[in-house]
Design a protein around this ligand. Structure first.
Ligand code: CA
Length: 456
């Protein structure tokens, strides 16, 4: 896909990185969350396991790696693998889990790599590993090949709406949208919705939700990339109408009476792909055994996180000062699938919570190529990537998605065959509005969508 257009300009992303740093200030004030740029989290831990599962043949080439994370529930498996000693168990005794100030700095840090004081990989929204591999969001458009190795989680995200719009039909499906959005537009108070990084998960969820009810995200509303601080402060004062967010934000927004949740991503697309574990290809190629060791540790951590009996302890681990630095209480309800939506609706269903190992569709950790294809297709839908991306998508996905390494690690770990997907495709996906995505025919999906930028 050498002919990616330049619609993702470097400037746009630099701007994002700059403003997102302000978000950490807000997090510090509101959530007590202090993610300093490039800061590392030294973790003192007593790990009982002494790499006992590592034979001489499996001994990793290195015991060291530096992985970036953003303090949201998606990061749980990486943090647990470190804290509970799952990485160490497979010989990775010096894993540095490094809190990133924002997605822009995660991108900057992977560009320079751990050797230069950055990171070797870690947690990513999709399709960031593809955009970095193709040099679309890197300095000088330098191509930095990355490998997608595992999915971290599903669900756990949603759309927050300012309280002033309560009772105006903004729910899973939007009622009366013709008058609501048109009136705001004609009064020059166009509905403003925000996300913290453009062209990735959070923007896709808010766009899908709006478009499914006939609201054109490029015409009827204004979508902005703004820092969380500005978003929430503006939502409080009434100048920001919505933003796309992850746990534990829904809990805070409702509790602080700033707004309500119109929809959870689990309601838009049950068991949807969310965030991923990806590394620089160079690191993986140089350290194949260490990569498998990391994957084994991550998978064990995902199994641990998925056990609802462990979720209170999980909340306590993440809440620590060195990680999220929040009261554990605000994580407990969402981890049990309990959401007060703030508009009278409540959700109480473990199947709607953030899941890490298994969901109703099967394995959560396995990185389906068909999901990577959806993210690329959705990028084409909104004009973020050129239409011919789809012509070359298979080649690109085969380069970036290393589900083969996931399989190898799973087999060595002794994951039962029934828990290892037999195909790289999860098959046809269905959204809440009845739209279907058949990975065998992404063009038909684009054709079936009424609101889109691409002409198909
Ligand atoms: Ca997310």
């Amino acid at each position: 896909m050498s002919d990616f257009s330049n619609q993702f300009s470097r400037r746009k992303f630099l701007l994002t990185a700059g403003v997102s740093a302000v978000g950490s200030v807000f997090l510090k004030g509101c959530l007590g969350n202090p993610p300093e740029t490039g800061s590392t989290t030294p973790v003192q831990q007593a790990v009982a396991t002494n790499a006992t599962n590592v034979s001489a043949a499996d001994k990793p080439e290195t015991t060291k790696v530096k992985l970036g994370y953003i303090p949201i529930v998606e990061a749980a498996p990486l943090i647990v693998a470190k804290e509970k000693g799952f990485f160490a168990k497979y010989g990775m005794t010096e894993v540095d889990i490094s809190k990133q100030a924002n997605w822009g700095s995660a991108r900057d840090n992977v560009e320079i790599g751990a050797a230069g004081g950055g990171i070797d990989g870690g947690q990513w929204q999709m399709p960031m590993p593809y955009l970095i591999s193709e040099g679309r969001i890197t300095k000088g458009n330098r191509k930095i090949p990355m490998y997608v190795l595992a999915q971290l989680n599903t669900q756990g995200n949603g759309i927050a709406i300012a309280s002033k719009h309560l009772g105006k039909g903004l729910s899973v499906k939007i009622a009366g949208k013709e008058t609501f959005f048109a009136q705001l537009k004609s009064a020059k108070t166009i509905f403003k919705a925000a996300m913290t990084f453009p062209g990735v998960n959070q923007e896709f969820w808010i766009r899908y939700w709006l478009a499914a009810s006939g609201v054109d995200p490029d015409k009827d509303v204004q979508l902005l990339t703004v820092p969380a601080a500005q978003t929430v402060a503006n939502m409080k004062t009434g100048s920001m109408d919505a933003f796309s967010t992850g746990d534990p934000w829904p809990y805070r927004i409702v509790k602080d009476k700033i707004g309500f949740m119109s929809v959870l991503t689990a309601e838009i697309w049950k068991n949807h792909p969310e965030e991923y574990f990806a590394m620089k290809a160079d690191w993986v190629n140089q350290n194949p055994k260490a990569t498998i060791a990391l994957l084994k540790g991550l998978m064990e951590a995902q199994q641990w996180c998925d056990n609802f009996d462990n979720r209170k302890e999980l909340a306590q681990i993440l809440a620590k000062r060195s990680y999220f630095n929040v009261p554990a209480d605000i994580l407990n309800d969402p981890f049990m699938g309990k959401y007060d939506m703030g508009d009278g609706r409540t959700v109480n269903d473990k199947k709607m919570a953030s899941l890490y190992w298994k969901d109703e569709k099967g394995n959560v950790s396995y990185p389906y190529k068909s999901h990577d294809l959806w993210f690329l297709t959705e990028s084409v839908r909104w004009g973020f990537l050129p239409e011919d991306t789809l012509t070359n998508a298979k080649t690109l996905i085969d380069q970036v998605n290393r589900e083969d390494l996931w399989r190898q690690a799973a087999k060595e770990l002794g994951v039962p065959a029934a828990d290892i997907p037999t195909s790289t495709s999860r098959g046809v996906e269905e959204f809440f509005d009845g739209i279907k995505f058949d990975p065998e025919n992404p063009k038909a999906y684009l054709q079936s969508l009424k609101i889109k930028k691409v002409k198909v």
